[in-house]
Design a binder for this molecule. Structure first.
Ligand SMILES: [Zn+2]
Length: 185
């Protein structure tokens, strides 16, 4: 792995280990705005998507009601399916190899268990984020020239994604919106 992308993913590992601290790592936690990091390294493309949970499900506490659990499960189902999150050129011959989601309540939402004793108070007004990471391996990475983000229709509260990419063409940053959801690679 090249040094630049190694540093990028070291940041991602920190976030995965301590998702509640993600806002400190990122600085801003702005509802409606998510962040995306994309790195192309040889034949692999890695994406890290970090969003306030408010932008995805409309709340940032442990799911309490059936409707909230359903919203959480539905959001995670979208994010676990790379085809619903983004598209890359078919000519690149990419196959998803790894998907991971991290958020403070993923497990509880999945199995419906009550919060554990001593867990954070449900009334805690603090913020929370979800981080999704994807790794694809591509037979023809030279064909990776654009990434199309498909998340906006599924998450209407999400109005902007601040995207950064590191690729053989260099580093760049772009703001993606529902009207302009393509990232040049
Ligand atoms: Zn928040």
């Amino acid at each position: 792995m090249k040094r630049r992308s190694a540093a990028l993913w070291a940041l991602g590992l920190m976030m995965a280990a301590a998702p509640v601290a993600a806002e400190q790592v990122h600085g801003a936690h702005e509802h409606g705005v998510a962040e995306l990091r994309v790195a192309i390294d040889g034949g692999a493309i890695e994406l890290e998507f970090a969003s306030p949970l408010d932008s995805l499900v409309g709340f940032e506490h442990a799911p309490r009601t059936a409707a909230q659990r359903k919203a959480f499960t539905a959001a995670e189902a979208v994010l676990r399916d790379p085809a619903q999150v983004f598209a890359v050129p078919a000519g690149a011959g990419c196959e998803p190899k790894d998907v991971t989601l991290a958020s403070p309540w993923s497990q509880r939402a999945a199995d419906g268990r009550a919060p554990e004793p001593g867990a954070a108070d449900d009334g805690d007004p603090g913020h929370a984020e979800l981080v999704a990471r994807y790794r694809l391996e591509c037979a023809r990475p030279a064909a990776l020239d654009v990434l199309q983000i498909r998340l906006f229709p599924a998450f209407p509260r999400l109005r902007e994604i601040r995207a950064e990419r590191v690729s053989p063409r260099g580093q760049a940053a772009t703001r993606l919106t529902p009207r302009q959801a393509s990232l040049a690679l």
